[in-house]
Design a protein around this ligand. Structure first.
Ligand code: NAD
Length: 502
């Protein structure tokens, strides 16, 4: 009998793919089948130190690499990602569970950041003021800060690593990435392609692991900036870690996004958008719409919403026609099921129960179908907690004012959307809502990389967002230079003890 050898995920240190010497490994599991796809190491402290040391050493030369050379690597990189799109999407579906189309979307939204990184020549420009005094000019340099680190969640294993290392590296920094230990394979393929595109040894390093690896990165004195994306409790822990005091830290965290449906909205478009945003990717998106507030007469749309949710097909992400794939793990499934139970016990009406769906051929998968509660109250756990599964809570509000109050009273402020045909209502909503990403008849308003992702209140800590213009500031230090040049034959001025420039 032959034993099947499960591949091991490598560390990347100094441009080399290295087998970890750790004795702690975790299985990477296909959530549709429970097949063990690979084993991921929990890197040792020595390995984390080696990755940071390599990045620190590489920074000496990378920071001075001409901007055009840096940009050209990302031009090549975007081409390699395009050429390998289908392979990347298949890998992502196998380890994460989302449908192939959604997996391509995951890679594509990251690819957009890579394309933007290639235009760094225009993004990292300083400013110059001519003649701020006689013969004196002042100008700014946006200089890289050193070794930066990224810590990523399981739900977008392509897009979110690509939010981070391309912009950090193209601005002249070096990087240590810690992908999610639940689905690191597509991230590693993207790292391989990045090195193939020409990122030099030591500029991009990868270590794997869980809390200890995260703490090891945060506590390393040579790390100058940390970008974190994940749950609110872990992000808050990272942001408040005393070793990061005074350093650059941005944490994009959990969510409970509300869709507000006005009675004047286009009914079919709105209900389709809500069903896609609530149940797509099995609800495992930080920009999903797990709460819908039907305002005024839109309350009568509930039966149509339930009917549309019922039509979605639950199946493995690799199967044609799938709408809802499995959730990431058995633990996630148990947590979602427990929350549904709590909703029933706390008195919400379970209009659609997706528990224990039949998925022929994938009986071991972590499946749960679209689940819809109405009559949800703010005191219920299903409203208070981020469920991160295909569960939609439907609520009612009499007026737009009440709906806005409800959204602003929720601790989270990641995304929201309003559905209406009234410009005045939409404008009032955009003005008064305290949420980072606002959609107007757009259910999942993730900004393209010429803007930056953001977030309000419990969904975000740190004042600058990942990717886009804001991240150029995050990954650079502004230096101002005030300069005067003398000709050899210039008249020597009087000794000057004041601070003014003349
Ligand atoms: P998570 O917080 O469990 O994990 C994120 C990262 O933190 C992983 O790399 C993990 O290894 C590490 N980690 C886990 N526990 C830790 C601990 N105790 N100490 C230190 N590090 C730890 O998040 P997840 O389950 O992988 O991802 C889902 C969460 O991410 C959801 O809350 C979702 O809303 C959020 N998310 C937010 C955004 C955003 O932009 N705001 C985007 C995607 C996902």
């Amino acid at each position: 009998m032959t034993t099947v050898q499960v591949p091991t995920i490598k560390l990347v240190i100094d441009g080399q793919f290295i087998e970890s010497k750790t004795d702690q490994w975790r299985d990477v599991i296909n959530p549709a089948t429970q097949e063990v796809l690979a084993k991921v190491p929990f890197a040792t402290a020595d390995e984390i130190n080696a990755a940071v040391a390599s990045a620190k050493n590489a920074f000496k030369t990378w920071r001075k690499t001409p901007i055009g050379s840096r940009a050209r690597i990302f031009l090549k990189y975007q081409q390699l990602i395009r050429e390998n799109m289908q392979e990347l999407a298949a890998l992502l579906t196998a380890e994460q569970g989302k449908t192939l189309a959604d997996a391509e979307g995951d890679v594509f939204r990251g690819l957009e950041v890579v394309e933007h990184a290639a235009s760094i020549g225009n993004l990292q420009l300083g400013e110059l003021a001519n003649n701020v005094a006689n013969g004196v000019d002042t100008y700014t340099l946006l200089q890289p800060i050193g070794v930066c680190a990224g810590i990523t969640p399981f739900n977008f294993p392509a897009m979110i690593p690509l939010w981070m290392f391309p912009m950090a590296i193209v601005t002249g920094n070096t990087f240590v990435l810690k992908p999610s230990e639940q689905d690191p394979m597509v991230t590693m393929r993207l790292v391989e392609l990045a090195l193939e595109a020409g990122i030099p040894a030591g500029v991009l390093n990868v270590i794997h692991g869980g809390p200890e690896a995260v703490n090891g990165i945060c506590d390393h004195p040579d790390i100058k900036a940390v970008s974190f994306v994940g749950s609110t409790h872990v992000g808050t822990h990272v942001y408040n870690r005393s070793s990061l005091a005074g350093k650059r830290v941005q944490c994009m965290m959990g969510a409970k996004n509300h869709g507000i449906v006005m009675p004047d909205a286009n009914k079919e478009q709105t209900l389709n958008a809500i069903v896609g945003a609530a149940f797509g990717a099995a609800g495992q998106r930080c920009m999903a719409l797990p709460v819908v507030v039907l305002v005024g007469e839109a309350q009568s749309w509930l039966p149509d919403l339930v009917a549309k949710a019922q039509t979605l097909k639950v199946n493995a992400g690799c199967q044609a026609g799938t709408d809802v794939g499995p959730v990431i793990s058995k633990q996630a499934l148990a947590r979602i099921t427990d929350l549904i139970e709590s909703g029933v016990n706390e008195g919400a009406t379970l209009n659609l129960d997706g528990r224990n769906p039949s998925v022929p051929g994938f009986e071991n998968g972590n499946f749960i179908g679209p689940t819809l509660f109405s009559g949800v109250k703010t005191s219920m756990r299903i409203y208070q907690e981020e469920i991160f599964g295909p569960v939609l809570c439907v609520m009612h509000a009499d007026t737009i004012e009440h709906a806005i109050e409800l959204v602003n009273a929720n601790p989270n402020g990641n995304g929201t959307a309003i559905f209406t045909r009234s410009g005045a209502t939409a404008r009032r909503f955009q003005e008064d809502i305290d949420v980072g990403q606002v959609g107007i008849n757009v259910p999942i308003p993730v900004p393209v990389p010429i803007f930056s992702f953001t977030g309000s209140r419990a969904s975000k800590l740190g004042d600058l967002g990942p990717y886009g213009k804001q991240v150029v500031q995050f990954y650079t230090q502004t230096k101002t230079v005030t300069a005067r040049w003398f000709d050899d034959d210039e008249e020597v001025g009087a000794l000057n003890t004041t601070i003014s420039l003349k």
